[in-house]
Design a binder for this molecule. Structure first.
Ligand SMILES: [Zn+2]
Length: 252
């Protein structure tokens, strides 16, 4: 059997030390989705793979795919994401996006457009667009990948398009005033959050400009997102706890 080399662009979303010198890395690519690769010698100080074996590495990778674990041979960086790495809040939000990608995808099952979405949203954070806003947009778009896309354009029960809506986590979207009784636990969202959710869901990433929102509005949307993932996908996001801790130190 001839094992062929493959070249693909990707982002490292997880790493695990293996043995004294090696790392097992999880690379997210457009063509293959998520793949596990052995990076031999990556923990040695002068290894050519040491930079490529860090979470958030984005580059062109040369590897051999295996039935289980493949092997990473070379990697060339495309985006250093320097501003993300230098800022603890940006790093926290990037970690949240990477955690979602890892936990909501399966090995070698590509999802069209997801790699580009992850890369382009990370680039926006690196260029200075509000990290909390971008991470929330990414998290809402990822709900479709997870198969739990919420209805935020109309009432999920009767289809009515006018609010004021409440948000039903168990019902999967907005409920209008007539149907609000369907879910006694529905979350009462602010008018700002109700207007932003459809925008976040539908906006193409290349149309996102400078957005600045009140801190409370973003925290409200983040809370809704983490409750939604917890109840509908059964995942508790570790990175969200870190972000919540950080925001306690904000002075504005
Ligand atoms: Zn209704």
């Amino acid at each position: 059997m001839i094992a062929l080399m493959t070249k693909a662009e990707g982002i490292i979303i997880r790493t695990t030390n293996y043995g004294e010198n090696n790392k097992i890395v999880t690379l997210y690519t457009e063509e293959f989705g998520k793949i596990g690769l052995m990076a031999r010698g990556a923990r040695k100080p002068n290894s050519t793979l040491s930079a490529a074996s860090q979470v958030l590495f984005n580059g062109l990778c040369l590897f051999q795919k295996g039935r289980g674990l493949g092997t990473l041979y070379q990697a060339e960086s495309l985006n250093p994401f320097r501003h993300i790495r230098e800022d603890i809040e940006k790093t926290g939000y990037a970690a949240l996006m990477i955690e979602l990608t890892d936990r909501l995808t399966e090995e070698q099952k590509p999802f069209p457009g997801l790699y580009r979405l992850l890369k382009n949203t990370l680039l926006l954070i690196d260029k200075g667009t509000d990290a909390g806003v971008i991470a929330s947009i990414y998290a809402i778009k990822m709900m479709r990948v997870a198969g739990i896309d919420p209805e935020v354009d109309r009432c999920v029960h009767c289809g009515r398009r006018s609010g004021p809506f409440v948000f039903s986590v168990s019902g999967g979207g907005f409920l209008c005033p007539d149907c609000a009784g369907e879910d006694p636990y529905a979350l009462p969202l602010s008018g700002a959050a109700i207007r932003l959710l459809p925008l976040f869901k539908h906006i193409p990433v290349n149309r996102i400009g400078r957005i600045s929102l009140r801190h409370e509005t973003i925290k409200e949307i983040e809370k809704m997102i983490s409750t939604y993932y917890e109840q509908n996908a059964g995942i508790r996001l570790r990175s969200q706890r870190f972000i919540d801790q950080l925001s306690k130190f904000r002075t504005d």
